[in-house]
Design a protein around this ligand. Sequence first.
Ligand SMILES: [Zn+2]
Length: 331
Amino acid sequence: MNWETLTGQQKIVSRVLRHALERQELAHAYLFEGSRGTGKRQTALLLAQTLLCEAPENGAPCQQCRNCRRIASGNHPDVIRIAPEEGAATIKKEQIAYLMKEFTFHGVESAKKIFIIEEAEKMTTQAENSLLKFIEEPHEGTLALLTTDHIHQLLDTIISRCQVLTFLPLTDRAVESALEEAGQPHQLARLAAELTHDESEAAALCADPWFAGARAQVLQLVLKLSNSAEPALPFIYEKFSPDFDSNQRMIIGLDLLLFWYKDLMSLQLDRTGAVIYDDQTDVLRNQLIRLSRDQILQSMELIMSARKQLDAHVNGLSVLEWLVIRLGGIR
Ligand SMILES: [Zn+2]
């Protein structure tokens, strides 16, 4: 995360924090709240880097120096992160006690110490109460950053002692550019961003080799569906269905298929910019010649109805058979 990206994704949060940094008027405790995958944790790290970077440029961290790199990898002695322990449902009092002990020392390497409490709503009441004491009597040079997806599960007393910053859900395009910035290929980033606005979920999808394979399978399927000389059912049994071996994966498969028909519709309406499979426009245009708007709509309805059957836990392969036979009939 850098400040430009944050400004693109969370304009108000970025403005409030930059303003406070410029005037050296940071609050001593912030609560970053908003749904999953909106960049709260990355923003906490960005703020820590901004405060501790050895070679900042125009107030922005270099992301290269030893401090920036150690903060990014979670190894800076003055940036302490607390989250529920692996597999645990709560942040325990002992974890907060450890944090409080750390608070009593000055920064190891500088006068600053930054504490990040992730999923703060998972603190036990005891943990919250011990944290409260700290927030009420802040130590000089320390900054507490809390993040939560569920602000209403936090004690009011904690909320009222923090400056609350709300992170809004990201748009498709913001997720897409964040993924591309992280090095994901454009096509996968675009597809994942269309599936979910949760940046971390989208990143996990892109990182899973299965996802690129799923895209390739769907592209093969749409070719077979549009060409009567190539029967789709054997392809479904032999190639397609083994890759979509759970209803959860099949749902993603159907969404990817639905995007194809949405793309046909976008082209039909001359909305080229909305096309998701934007490296396939030639194939799309080719199919569009032979399909009416009604046929595209019918296909989309069939896919949505198949998706509903999957939600109702009907066996994935039977749903797919049902769908492919009907989609094949529309041409
Ligand atoms: Zn730096």
